[in-house]
Design a protein around this ligand. Structure first.
Ligand code: TXA
Ligand code: MG
Length: 351
């Protein structure tokens, strides 16, 4: 397939270029586009055939449902059975923005979009390019992250190109995604709403608006093959995600540096990568490939997937140790912890 590349100004999207990309969506094709969280791979959410094109391009299993993106609030009413008071309050507070709401779906949404579930995930992104593309297309746009299945979500057009060039209709380059981790996913079909995926809109912010929110038990756990469908609220939750090619091991606790030095000294010529928030370290001198990230959660979130992908460019690195990013965190910290755990094979506690 021929993939066209379109560079668009994120602040002032050029109408002509948006129209060109929207025409592809209208004709049943696929277009990768930037959002404020990560890049998405979009198609007409109400066209089953177009949506199948997304799954095919990504190599995504058909049991993992997609998020439907809208540009105007009224569009939600054609996608869901009803919008209750909690949903309304959250939409008012956080839309457009990085919050996805799961509600009972209407008959308009084809079952391939929701992977056969009775619910549908809906979000209104904040990115101007995304909003312009949706309105110009004249339909809601189903869009998972624009990576090959199993790879870290793309935070730049270059990442999308690496994964999907030749497999999709177009890639819009609108610069870097500034949040860097995917949207918060909240299930509102339950009596007590449940956080399925933490993101920039935090648990605390949600509870401030709608009261008690449960956290799905898989949010803080390492992804394991044994996690059954029954446990996962959405089938997609059972998959290992966001992972670079190398094995990821998270080292938590005040003595993490000691553990890492020990592992490096015992590595016997095996190349080890380290992601650290410790600026002064001697891991490089000990032979490691070191990537330093600023220690605040916003910087970590913004750069984590990019850093994973940089390690994928270093084929000799078989193990990546992640230091200085610990669990139990609030706010965006919960999202960072979740993404690390979904990428990791184990967590070592070095207290
Ligand atoms: O920030 C984002 O949300 C990005 C950008 C492109 O908007 N999109 C994204 O999509 O991350 P994706 O497909 O990579 O992740 C969608 C998540 C999956 O974990 C999926 O299982 C969950 O949302 N999901 C979708 N529909 C659902 C439903 N009906 N019930 C429960 N979970 C659902
Ligand atoms: Mg994804």
């Amino acid at each position: 397939m021929k993939t066209i590349l379109v560079k668009i100004n994120a602040q002032k999207p050029q109408g002509l270029k948006i129209r060109k990309a929207a025409a592809i969506i209208r004709h049943g094709g696929t277009v990768a586009f930037p959002t404020e969280t990560v890049y998405g791979l979009g198609a007409n959410a109400l066209d089953a055939k177009a949506v199948r094109g997304i799954f095919r391009a990504k190599g995504r299993p058909f049991d993992d449902p997609l998020i439907v993106h809208i540009s105007r609030e009224h569009q939600i009413y054609e996608l869901v059975k009803s919008v209750d008071a909690k949903a309304k309050a959250l939409m008012e507070k956080f839309w457009p923005g990085p919050l996805t709401l799961v509600l009972e779906k209407s008959a308009n949404v084809p079952s391939v979009t929701t992977a056969g579930l009775n619910s549908v995930a809906v979000r209104m992104p904040r990115s101007r390019i995304a909003l312009a593309l949706i309105s110009e297309s004249g339909c809601p746009i189903a869009a998972p992250s624009a990576n090959l299945f199993g790879k870290p979500s793309p935070t730049s057009a270059q990442h999308v190109k690496e994964d999907l060039f030749g497999r999709i209709g177009a890639i819009i380059d609108g610069g870097r995604a500034h949040i860097g981790v995917e949207s918060t996913v909240l299930d509102l079909t339950l009596k007590i709403p449940m956080l399925l995926r933490p993101g920039k809109v935090s648990l605390e912010e949600l509870e401030a608006i709608i009261g008690k929110v449960k956290v799905h038990p898989l949010v803080k756990s390492i992804a394991k093959k044994s996690h059954s469908k029954a446990l996962a609220r959405a089938p997609g939750m059972k998959y290992r995600h966001y992972a670079p090619r190398a094995e990821v091991i998270v080292i938590e606790g005040a003595n993490s540096w000691k553990t890492i030095r020990k592992m490096l000294s015992e590595s016997r010529g095996k190349k080890i990568g380290v992601i650290t928030t410790r600026k002064k370290n001697d891991y490089g001198k000990m032979g490691a490939a070191v990537k330093y990230l600023k220690g605040d959660y916003a910087s970590i979130a913004k750069n984590l997937f990019r850093t994973f992908r940089e390690f994928d460019m270093l084929p000799s690195v078989q193990i990546i140790l992640v230091e200085g990013i610990s669990g139990g965190a609030k706010g965006l910290g919960l999202a960072v912890e979740n993404r690390l755990k979904k990428a990791a094979s184990k967590v070592i506690n070095a207290r």
